[in-house]
Design a protein around this ligand. Structure first.
Ligand SMILES: Cc1cc2nc3c(=O)[nH]c(=O)nc-3n(C[C@H](O)[C@H](O)[C@H](O)COP(=O)(O)OP(=O)(O)OC[C@H]3O[C@@H](n4cnc5c(N)ncnc54)[C@H](O)[C@@H]3O)c2cc1C
Length: 408
């Protein structure tokens, strides 16, 4: 039986980058993927457009492992190297707002096809459509798939992802093997995921999207603040500004009541909003409150705001008292909702937690416990914000692990 230099389990972005990097060094690589096709999750990224990196990558936008660890990996293959790498594969890229980079084709399949072609050219042996069911080590690594076929390799990279969006293959198998090898697994939670709220009135405004500032609090303690869109849904809240906070909310939910405060007008101070509303209401003639608020947001939101402020919605705006106007402004600037739970891992873009990076060498991504075992991608306890940060982590860590393989 042939012994490969390197076996990689998982053909997500990190596994593909690792395979290509190692194979280009002349290392013999076998790449295992349980889906029929490689890079399945990449096709779903960026709403099918693949936000593959961000020009403004910063270690501050990552969470989990210590900053030194994350910085060490990102610096070895940064966003500009990622851009050059895809351009070298013939992919035309473009930059959108907030530094986000996409293929010019607006199709994630452009990225997958480019990688597929490069992998083939580099001589990687790709085995798809079969799940790996065990990874063990004696003098070499012994890898078995669900058909009981056995493969041997001198080194192994686990690139099986986290547990988010498991419909695309990432079901946490790598955590099981790593913990059998003695690794500590930091508890895994859904992140970049919408939240369910206790308030059921959200249904009435489902579909409304606003540019907001979101503040989450556990008791009196502010957990996180973020800016961006907030989408009201049938079950609660979604949108970038909310999803960005989910990773911080999840671990707190067992022991805390977590509240979300939505500022529907973050660009105006409370005082200026009071002045504006007072002016508009005073000049509103015989208009009701609901109609007077119609210029502020999509119409369906006005009755909800009045209900939450405990003010009758068919009252004339010109007849409101100072206290009533203040109540309305308070609700607009800090609409309070209580988190019931996060939406399930299936709906999450990433998971937090994973392999404890204290046990991983930050120069090569080799395990400090098992010689010859490496990690790449989301399987490690590193997660990034929305905007291309997670794919950049996958490219960087894939590169570092592939580069880190030495056969001596
Ligand atoms: C809907 C969605 C949209 C997203 N959009 C973006 C975006 O635009 N920008 C961004 O930066 N990030 C985005 N992400 C996050 C990004 O996709 C992930 O961070 C990234 O894919 C993680 O890469 P990975 O290689 O670590 O793991 P994965 O991509 O999860 O790949 C792991 C692979 O391992 C395979 N595997 C697992 N177990 C086995 C086994 N036992 N045998 C064989 N194969 C196995 C899986 O089938 C899978 O193909 C998005 C995620 C989702 C779900």
């Amino acid at each position: 039986m042939k012994t490969y230099d390197l076996a990689i389990i998982g053909s997500g972005p990190s596994g593909l980058m690792a395979a290509l990097t190692a194979a280009r060094k002349g290392i013999s690589v076998v790449l295992f993927e349980k889906n029929e096709i490689i890079g399945r999750k990449i096709l779903a990224t960026g709403n099918g457009r693949c936000n593959l990196t961000n020009k403004n990558i910063s270690v501050m936008r990552y969470h989990g492992a210590c900053r030194k660890f994350i910085r060490s990996i990102l610096n070895k293959f940064d966003q500009f190297q990622t851009i050059k790498f895809f351009e070298s594969l013939g992919v035309i890229l473009k930059e959108e707002d907030r530094g986000r980079v996409f293929p010019r084709s607006n199709q994630a399949s452009t990225i997958v096809n480019a990688l597929k072609h490069a992998i083939k050219e580099s001589g990687v042996n790709t085995v798809t459509g079969l799940k790996i069911k065990s990874v063990e080590k004696s003098t070499e690594f012994i890898i078995k798939n669900e058909n009981n076929q056995t493969f041997k390799a001198k080194k192994v990279i686990l690139a099986t992802g986290g547990k988010a969006a498991f419909q695309f293959g990432s079901s946490g198998d790598g955590f099981f093997w790593a913990s059998k090898f003695g690794h500590n697994i930091v508890p895994v939670f859904a992140a970049l995921v919408p939240v369910e709220t206790r308030e059921i009135w959200v249904k009435e405004v489902s579909g409304i999207k606003m540019e907001t500032k979101i503040t989450t609090k556990a008791g009196n303690k502010t957990i996180h603040e973020s800016y961006g869109d907030c989408l009201f849904t049938d079950y609660g809240l979604s949108g970038t500004a909310i999803m960005t906070q989910a990773g911080k909310i999840g671990p707190l939910l067992d022991n805390n009541s977590v509240k979300i405060f939505v500022d529907l007008y973050p660009e105006i101070t409370k005082q200026d909003l009071i002045k504006k509303i007072t002016y508009i209401f005073k000049n509103s003639g015989s208009k009701t409150l609901v109609n007077s608020l119609a210029g502020f947001f999509p119409l369906k939101l006005a009755p909800v705001i009045l209900h939450l402020s405990d003010i009758c919605h068919d009252k004339k705006a010109s007849e409101t008292s100072e206290t009533e106007r203040l109540k309305i402004v308070r609700c607009i600037k800090a609409m309070k909702l209580t988190v019931k739970k996060l939406r399930p891992l299936k709906e999450a873009q990433i998971s937090t937690g994973g392999i404890d990076t204290e046990e991983v060498d930050r120069n090569t991504l080799e395990s400090k416990i098992i010689k010859g075992l490496y990690f790449a991608g989301e399987i490690m306890d590193v997660d990034g914000d929305s905007g291309g940060f997670n794919l950049q982590w996958a490219w960087s860590s894939g590169f570092v692990s592939g580069q880190g393989i030495s056969l001596f």
